[in-house]
Design a protein. Structure first.
Lengths: 231, 80
């Protein structure tokens, strides 16, 4: 299995993703420079976290016009699995591969800490080794993670089980206090209507091995490996 | 032609920066301030003398890149 990790100027979680897929999960990894125009040979694509193009103008606003994004769009429309983490999520939103946008965190602070997220839908290629309702402890690190969309789109996300992760308390309660950034409906991660593109603000690649004291993130990344096996 | 472009959050969209500035102004004694909204201001030179064409180009830039029309609106002035 070959996992493609896209590298934009300013990506800084690309090597963490590479490390987890390669050294922890034993898969092949191809690093894909943003100038590439083809994704031939990869089974899934990761848009990693970071500060692509310095977050200039808006997070993800310039990265979405990188040449590789046309290939990512094509790959996604063919049913390929695409995961955007943090800045990768923001790029997917700007590219229109996922609905909505990010506002500045309600507190205005850059928040870097562990959060609890509830797996709302375990029947996805990104969560298939989880249980529905399972609480995962995964860190966030962002200034713009306050998910916003119009009420009609939000209702659609809710009705179609497209909200995959919600911020919650340690015992799985989805409360306003458990939401670190002001996100609508405690949204931490959503997928597209077709189900093959996921964006999430928490960083599973930062907590995927026991030496780091937390392996919860491995569930998300190994789900992708399992998800591809099933396709 | 020079274009001056303003991009601001739409009414009803929470503007935490605006709120923070409003509180700061209040604590500095500016008690009669309300509805602070923060936006972006951009200037650019456009090699285009036809006003209609220039407007179309600026609109295209705003829709495609300069503003995220889910949450932002834009306005512009053109100067020959």
């Amino acid at each position: 299995m070959n996992i493609g990790v896209v590298v934009f100027p300013g990506s800084n979680c690309d090597h963490d993703c590479q490390h987890v897929f390669k050294d922890v999960l034993g898969q092949d990894v191809t690093m894909i420079w943003h100038k590439e125009t083809s994704l031939a040979g990869v089974d899934a694509v990761i848009l990693p976290g970071g500060f692509s193009y310095g977050d200039y103008l808006r997070t993800g606003a310039i990265a979405r016009f990188s040449p590789v994004m046309n290939a990512v769009k094509e790959f996604a429309s063919g049913g390929g699995l695409v995961l955007g983490i943090c800045n990768g999520f923001q790029i997917l939103l700007e590219a229109g591969l996922l609905p909505g946008t990010m506002l500045r965190n309600k507190s205005l602070h850059f928040i870097c800490r562990e959060t609890c997220v509830k797996v709302e839908n375990a029947a996805t290629p990104f969560t298939n080794v989880c249980r529905s309702g399972q609480v995962l402890k995964i860190p966030i690190a962002h200034a713009d993670g306050n998910y916003y969309t119009d009420p009609v789109t939000l209702a659609g996300l809710q009705a179609n089980a497209q909200i995959i992760f919600r911020y919650c308390t340690a015992d799985g309660k989805v409360t306003p206090e458990a939401c670190p950034n002001g996100s609508l409906d405690n949204i931490a991660g959503i997928r597209n209507a077709e189900g093959n593109v996921l964006g999430m603000m928490p960083h599973p690649e930062r907590c995927a091995e026991s030496v780091l004291g937390n392996e919860d993130g491995r569930a998300v990344l190994s789900s992708i490996v399992e998800g591809i096996k099933k396709v | 032609m020079k274009a001056k472009i303003h991009v601001t959050l739409k009414q009803g969209i929470l503007d935490p920066q605006g709120k923070a500035i409003e509180h700061a102004l209040d604590s500095l004694g500016f008690k009669n301030v309300a509805n602070v909204r923060v936006g972006k201001y951009m200037e650019l030179d456009l090699d285009q003398n036809d006003r209609t064409k220039a407007e179309a180009e600026i609109k295209g830039m705003c829709e495609k890149l300069l503003a995220n029309t889910i949450i932002e609106e834009y306005r512009y002035e053109l100067q020959s």
